[in-house]
Design a protein around this ligand. Structure first.
Ligand code: TXA
Ligand code: MG
Length: 319
């Protein structure tokens, strides 16, 4: 470790230009998106992509999401079936990732797709992400900017704490508005399958995506977002808790017993998703090693499905 701190860049013209220049040089930049901060690298540069895996300590068989500014840029990389086109028109830019058939000659590092014949593509809505993607002018591979298996970052401080000088710069645009990762669908000419619940609720997708069966078998996708060990705080996590454990750091939802944190005192799912990872980070720091976190029940509809998915993973990781 060199001990050098990452550059903190403002999301203004100078900051965007500097971040784009660093990406062009093969350096890693933490990029804000509306879901979580991403650890961005030039998706065509093998060395840069390899550094992403090194920085995260992530097993290399897991493919990365490629970020582009619009559907036209996505079409340079992947075959876009009609269903995907309809979904893109409805939900891009936004918290939706689609796994699509990779186009031959797309020019992506094979490390990005882990050698698969498909590529995961996302068009983020965040202004700073859009500006960076357009300034850089190429596909950007970006997993969430956290060490592998730890809670995803929703602030620049989370990124700095987790990755330190493994990232050259952090584009600091404040807290992420959605707060849980994108919803991931696999779309081909035959069908559409849900691979990960996320920031775009399943209910919103049904009219365009049909029955939307979920495929969560490990073989279906080498998806760390589907491994139980993902999203692990250091403390143990009890979910669906009545918050009566006096030794636990308590995270409430809606009206209920007193708690150190509350995902949304008024029971708003959007607010709860936006707060989820920040409160898990803060509760984990408060609980300390070997400590306990207790989380109140969250209704399992809309964004609650993604929230409960992340909470179940956090709980099972230490179980
Ligand atoms: O909101 C998000 O999606 C954030 C921000 C930064 O965009 N990114 C994110 O990336 O959550 P990551 O790497 O933490 O999760 C991406 C998921 C992984 O579970 C990965 O295995 C899956 O997408 N994935 C990527 N390419 C795939 C492919 N070709 N087939 C199936 N799954 C794929
Ligand atoms: Mg992740």
């Amino acid at each position: 470790m060199s001990g050098r701190q990452p550059e903190i860049l403002a999301p203004d013209a100078d900051g965007i230009a500097r971040a784009a220049a660093l990406l062009s040089q093969g350096a890693l930049v933490a990029m804000p998106t509306e879901t979580v901060y991403g650890l961005a690298a030039d998706a065509r540069n093998d060395r840069a992509v390899a550094q992403v895996f090194a920085a995260k300590g992530r097993p290399e068989f897991n493919p990365l999401i490629v970020h582009v500014p619009d559907l036209a840029a996505a079409e340079a990389l992947a075959h876009v079936p009609q269903t995907a086109r309809d979904l893109a028109q409805a939900f891009w830019p936004g918290p939706l990732t689609m796994v699509l058939p990779l186009k031959p000659g797309a020019g992506l590092s094979p490390l990005v797709t882990a050698g698969l014949p498909t590529v995961a593509i996302r068009v983020p809505a965040h202004k700073a992400a859009q500006a960076l993607l357009r300034a850089f002018g190429g596909p950007v591979a970006a997993p969430s900017a956290n060490p592998s298996g730890r809670i995803s970052p929703t602030t620049a401080a989370h990124v700095a704490d987790g990755l330190g000088d493994a990232v050259a710069a952090i584009l600091d645009a404040g807290p992420c508005s959605v707060g849980v990762e994108s919803t991931i669908l696999r779309v081909d000419d035959l069908r559409t399958v849900l691979l990960r619940e996320g920031g775009l609720p399943r209910e919103a997708l049904l009219p365009l995506a049909g029955a939307l069966p979920a495929d969560t078998t490990p073989a279906a996708v080498s998806a760390p977002g589907q491994l139980a060990s993902h999203y692990a705080p250091r403390a143990s996590v009890e979910i669906d808790s009545d918050l009566s454990d006096p030794g636990a750091v308590r995270i409430g939802f809606g009206r209920g017993p007193e708690a150190e944190f509350n995902l949304s005192p008024v029971g708003d799912m959007v607010e709860a998703a936006a707060n989820l990872f920040a409160m898990l980070h803060a509760a984990d720091a408060m609980a300390g090693d070997g400590g306990r976190i207790a989380v109140a029940p969250v209704p399992d509809h809309g964004l609650g499905r993604a929230i409960n998915d992340r909470l179940r993973r956090a709980a099972s990781a230490r179980g």
